[in-house]
Design a protein around this ligand. Structure first.
Ligand code: UD1
Ligand code: CA
Length: 487
């Protein structure tokens, strides 16, 4: 496998997706289908990778380049068949990197379950057998649509016959061409110009190389893969969902084998790039997405979605939606919390029920327990933010920051009108609207003194005399008492 070239075919239209997004860009398990294929390809450490693009190449090309910057992109203007696509790829290589030797592997861009291990085993077998062509084949219950592997009485591969060109007997064959082929490069280069398009589809079939190898007296073989799901592609969204579910089943199973407790695998979704430590517990209805990382002994769920989050050792996250948030050791979050990007909660800290946070650094042991919005804020260590506090970060044009020091205790139903800062150990009274900085150790209050209007209730009932069942309105109701805060 020292001199390996991989060609990934991604020029086809994928019309059955009925989508403005190209087929291979549709995602399962947090990656595009072609992203999964490229991960498997990279695991083989090939010398070169060529991607053949055509349909919507302005979408597909940059996506592939972002995932694999060293890729050679070959443009297939018209989709004249897999043989034509590989020829375009070899021409692009010739032009951009010169003479190619060794082994060429051809794969499709829409097989998200394919693994690097399977590809490696296939190529190792191909190279050890010194064949001109090897086919990664599979035995499937419903071979309809696939190229069939035709073997002779000795069991040697004779040809690949496409569905549309197959005789009724050949259609009975259940061993199929997965579409993943390995070639000796010298043979491939000599075969490509000899492939014609005299067949049912009028296309240049790469699979005709098998016949050409026979004609040249070279060896051809098929290597059946046990796990055929790895070679399955998604042509429409129903198949995409099925592959997604199967991929998830595999990912979840792997994490359970690695020591993660998953109470309900059927309602747990874990993206391919998520990293979990042993003794993490995942409760039902949980989605761990993107590049989320969860450390030992953390408990996530039930009913929690975390995307690109980092969860510390022993943290607890209940019924929460989080994105780009970092939670420290033993931190607790939820139920019903909304963690937006830039949330950082220190060790032992708390973000409680009905709290939304954004660009908020909440220090070690600090707590925002109830019903609050914390945006563009920095809270020190060991502070407590009262229930129902709004960090008013937006003045209608610009966002501003609020800082709260260490050991501060703020009252319930406060508004912090940013930019403002509350010093270490400071306190605020209930209902305070903080518009000016609060010095360390001070108590800030802003509500006016309370006034009690003696006898008001009795006076009000005396004026409210319903006639004809029609309630009468007290002219005073809904009006602030004279001298109240709004007058
Ligand atoms: C192909 C194989 C068939 C195999 C099946 C597995 C041939 C002739 N047939 O058939 O034996 O069982 O795959 O799925 O090879 N593509 C291009 N350019 C083209 C044509 C195709 O890039 O001009 C790409 C497609 O985007 C796709 C892959 O090649 O990723 C396979 O093409 P597709 O048209 O799906 O081939 P099948 O008819 O399914
Ligand atoms: Ca296909």
């Amino acid at each position: 496998m020292d001199d390996l070239t991989v060609i990934v075919l991604a020029a086809g239209g994928g019309t059955r997706m009925k989508s403005k997004t190209m087929k291979v860009l549709h995602e399962v398990g947090g990656r595009s289908m072609i992203g999964h294929v490229l991960v498997a390809v990279k695991a083989m450490e090939p010398r070169r990778v060529v991607a053949v693009v055509g349909h919507q190449r302005e979408q597909v090309g940059p996506h592939i380049q972002a995932l694999l910057p060293e890729v050679v992109l070959a443009v297939q203007e018209t989709q004249d068949g897999t043989g034509h696509a590989v020829r375009v790829a070899m021409d692009a290589l010739q032009e951009q990197v010169g003479e190619v030797t060794g082994t060429v592997v051809v794969a499709a861009g829409d097989t998200p379950l394919l693994t690097g291990e399977s590809l490696r085993a296939f190529v190792a077998e191909h190279e050890a057998a010194q064949r001109a062509v090897s086919i990664l084949s599979g035995v499937v219950p419903d071979p309809f649509g696939y190229g069939r592997i035709v073997r002779n009485a000795e069991g040697d591969v004779e040809a690949i016959v496409e569905e549309k060109d197959a005789s009724p007997e050949q259609r009975e064959i259940s061993e199929i061409n997965s579409g993943i082929l390995a070639f000796d490069t010298h043979f491939l280069v000599s075969a490509l110009p000899r492939i014609g398009n005299d067949n049912a589809k009028g296309e240049y079939y790469l699979t005709d190389a098998v016949q050409l190898a026979q004609d040249d007296g070279l060896t051809v073989g098929a290597y059946p893969i046990d796990d055929v799901a790895q070679t399955e592609g998604a042509n429409d969204r129903a198949q995409l969902a099925e592959l997604g579910r199967e991929l998830n089943r595999r990912v979840v199973t792997r994490w359970m084998r690695d020591g993660v407790t998953v109470m309900d695998p059927a309602t747990t979704w874990i993206d391919a790039d998520v990293v979990l430590a042993p003794d993490v517990t995942i409760l039902p209805g949980t989605q761990l997405l993107g590049a989320t990382m969860v450390a030992e002994d953390a408990v996530i769920g039930p009913d929690t979605t975390l995307k690109d989050c980092e969860v510390g050792v022993g943290a607890r996250v209940v019924r929460t939606h989080g994105e780009l948030a970092v939670l420290g050791e033993r931190a607790t979050v939820g139920p019903f919390s909304y963690l937006r990007p830039g949330t950082r909660l220190g060790a032992g800290g708390k973000i409680g029920a009905f709290v939304e946070t954004k660009n908020a650094e909440i220090g070690e042991g600090s707590k925002v327990p109830h019903l609050s919005y914390v945006g563009d804020a920095e809270i020190g260590r060991g502070s407590n933010i009262g229930a129902g506090t709004i960090f008013a970060n937006y003045d209608g044009t610009t966002k501003h920051r609020t800082t709260v020091g260490d050991g501060a205790k703020t009252g319930s139903n406060n508004t912090f009108v940013a930019p403002v800062s509350i010093g270490d150990g400071a306190m605020t009274g209930g209902g305070t609207v903080v518009r000016q900085d609060v010095p360390p150790g001070a108590l800030a209050v802003s509500a006016g003194p309370q006034r009690n209007l003696e006898g008001h209730v009795a006076r009000r009932s005396a004026t409210a005399r319903p006639t004809d069942g029609e309630p009468q309105t007290d002219p005073g109701v809904g009006q602030p008492p004279p001298g109240g805060p709004q007058s």
